[in-house]
Design a protein around this ligand. Sequence first.
Ligand code: S3P
Length: 420
Amino acid sequence: MAALRVPGDKSISHRALMLAALGQGTSRVRGILESADVHSTAGVLRAMGVAIPVLGPDITIEGVGLRGLRAADRALDCGNSGTTTRLMAGIVAGSGLSARFEGDASLSARPMRRVAAPLEAMGARVRLPAHGGLPMTIEGAVLHGVTWHSEVASAQVKSAILLAGLVANVPVEVHEPAATRDHSERMLRARGVEVRTDGLVVSLLPGARLDPGDIDVPGDPSSAAFFAGLAALGASTGLRIEHVGINPARVGAFRVLVRMGAALRYEDLRDAGGEPVASIIVEPGGVARPLRGVTITPDEIPSLIDELPLLACVAARAEGETRVTGAAELRVKESDRIRAVVDNLRVLGVDAEELPDGFVVRGSDRPLAGRVVTHGDHRIAMAFGVLGAVPGHTITLDDPSCVAVSYPTFWDDLARVRHR
Ligand code: S3P
């Protein structure tokens, strides 16, 4: 059994930087994800006057306090990162500052109305281009509290509202259509902020202070999922993936892999800074232990939204049909992931079909071959990288380097544990 550590959680890494920047005092962050997306957040905070050091395994950050950010003298470059854009929009609006948010072509096409609307309801002045993406400008205004009923199940939207309320020192209440990842809530509570969760309602009470924190970022379950899939497909020996976050709002993909027949279990369960963490053990599957297709239902989607490309690729090797519905959000991720997954699977010879809000994949054990178009989307690259590691498959990618967004060392780790 090979042991593996995946890089730090992306969602938690963004939040760790933002909350350290806004805290009153010195925060420490260990195990932060050093990837392009997190560099985008670091760059935006630096542009607003925070001395974020070069990212590394153990960094300390001097917070400027909830009112200490200053307007940047240039546009805020969010690169490829939706989390940077939407969470920082909440922070900028709450600060009463003005800013212009820019990003790459993929990010510029993604929907920002979902975050502009609640911020406007709090009194912010937000301007978007006609297509609703970037560049987005926010002009300084004083915010008031809000009760917001969100139409989309989005942790980024929820977090933007919570952060706007925190910084503007006004109460906010967010009603979600389905529960999404709650890292912001956990991290704010750990820093002395009063955040309440009651079913699908999250509220923040103003307190005018944010304590500094000391956080050890767990491994990203979304990154671990690629290796869980690899072992389940029998493309590696058994794997022990250490120190992975297993927040219930994030681990739907592990539950689905078990339903597909994978031998996956948790060991060494513990708490790390308010987040549950474990080692994930996956016994090798494949011919000896074939996987079967499953139905993934709309209520499961928020807990595995980022893992659907990987699950689609695993489904391509499972017996029978895998059906996903209620996942229309996939169309507005770093690429249209429904189309990207289905088109690429078909190119490789897999029987796959697009649905408006999901897809159907019929698995087979035929050897797969062809060239995958990633659309610069890190999770498309890694999902098909896993499928390409199955013995007998010949799969190439147009842009393997796009994994740098969330997992810069992915190809090295894959080469180390895959069967040759
Ligand atoms: C994230 C929330 C999710 C997820 C993204 C990270 C976060 O996006 O897909 O990768 O850190 O809050 P949405 O909030 O748009 O669903």
